[in-house]
Design a protein around this ligand. Structure first.
Ligand code: KIV
Ligand code: ZN
Length: 385
């Protein structure tokens, strides 16, 4: 079974979500929870971006011990120096340095020729490895880059000392098949690639970040980057909880696993949502309020007889403690009777028929029937009798 390292960037790419601004205490709280969740690498911020970012990366790097801590740097010596000051007290100082490789970024943003980009990348990786034992190099906008050029620059930065090579889909443009093909191409065309971890970093602009990350694993990625709840720039990053649970549930297919403590998933998701103010869609995979709720009578009947009829993920696996049966207008007698019994009301068949009819009338007027509604129904019935 291949071990997949999880690189969490909730505190860096995730914090780039419009409207999100975490203070120092909040970042620390999230970092500690990521450590409990079993994240391998926490990207704690971008130290050169602001004094606040510098302080929180420094603090997280000196406190967190169960996960490696890293910080982002542009390909300039000043950023690398600042990152070193922030990260030097971490257990194994790790730098994440990036440079764009797509024609569009090189021409319009960097205003550099491809040769100049190779030269800068090599120079910065060499500079960083003088101090950092682990340097991750990212080819920004890799998925819109020319593949032979990508292979050339990666070969050179590995020679310069990079230990992790990241292939970001910076603008969320790639499809799973194409992303997999890029990993295969690099494995076949970068002679020293066996020396490094290959990492996937996907954005969700076309809603394919999770699928793309999983495709990368099928084609040789050994590290996956993402955020909790998929927060991040624009449509966000890949959701780490979705990827980890997909690998767990379909390990027969992926032959890969992460080291996450999955029952910590829901708690982590709730904390990130609360502190960032980013509400989770009710139908969000794995952590949404409805992810384990059944409303239709047919599904409820099946789940009450045997949960696996309609549940591929057990709520306990990800730390969800909720009654999966939601009573509403689609619910059937089986679920209705079960809930009454759970509430301590044993009813005969005749009584059940008339209560069930009243329940259906009420459910036509109300989206969800709560336990209080059921108490009221039973009470009315008792008074009526
Ligand atoms: O999406 C991206 O390209 C990034 C890089 C800085 C790795 O976040
Ligand atoms: Zn990103």
């Amino acid at each position: 079974m291949q071990k997949i390292k999880l690189f969490d960037t909730t505190l860096r790419d995730g914090e780039q979500s419009p409207g999100v601004n975490l203070n120092f205490q909040e970042k620390l709280e999230i970092a500690r929870q990521l450590e409990r969740l079993g994240i391998d690498i926490i990207e704690a911020g971008f130290p050169a971006a602001s004094k606040g970012d510098f302080q929180s990366v420094k603090e997280i790097a000196s406190i967190v011990r169960g996960s490696s801590v890293t910080g982002l740097a542009r390909s300039v010596t000043k950023d690398i120096d600042v990152a070193w000051e922030a990260l030097k007290h971490s257990e194994e100082p790790r730098l994440h340095v990036f440079l764009a490789t797509s024609p569009i970024h090189m021409q319009y943003k960097l205003k550099k020729t491809p040769d100049q980009v190779v030269e800068t990348a090599v120079e910065m990786v060499r500079y960083a490895t003088k101090r950092f034992p682990v340097v991750q190099w990212s080819a920004e906008d890799a998925c819109r880059s020319d593949l032979p050029f990508l292979a050339r620059i990666i070969t050179e930065v590995i020679e310069a000392g990079a230990k992790v090579i990241n292939i970001p889909d910076t603008v969320g443009y790639i499809t799973p098949e194409e992303y997999g093909d890029i990993f295969t191409y690099l494995k076949e065309n970068v002679p020293n690639i066996h020396r490094v971890d290959l990492s996937a970093h996907c954005h969700d602009d076309l809603g394919m970040a999770t699928a793309n990350s999983l495709a990368a694993i099928r084609h040789g990625a050994t590290q996956i980057e993402g955020t909790i709840n998929g927060i991040g720039e624009r449509a966000g990053n890949a959701s780490l909880e979705e990827i980890a649970v997909a690998l767990h549930i379909r390990k027969d297919f992926y032959q890969a696993e992460t080291g996450l403590t999955l029952p910590e998933t829901k708690r982590t998701s709730d904390l990130v949502s609360k502190l960032t103010g980013m509400v989770i869609a009710p139908n969000k995979a794995v952590v949404g309020r409805n992810a384990f709720a059944h409303e239709s009578g047919i599904h409820q009947d099946g789940v009450l007889k045997e949960p696996t009829t309609y549940e591929i993920i057990s709520p306990e696996l990800v730390g969800v403690k909720q009654n999966p049966i939601v009573l509403g207008k689609h619910s059937g007698r089986h679920a209705f009777r079960t809930r009454l019994v759970e509430l301590g009301f044993a009813t005969g068949d005749q009584q059940l028929d008339s209560l069930f009819a009243k329940f259906k009338d009420l459910a036509d007027k109300k989206k969800e029937i709560t336990d209080d509604d059921l108490f009221a129904l039973v009470l009315q019935k008792q008074i009526g009798d």
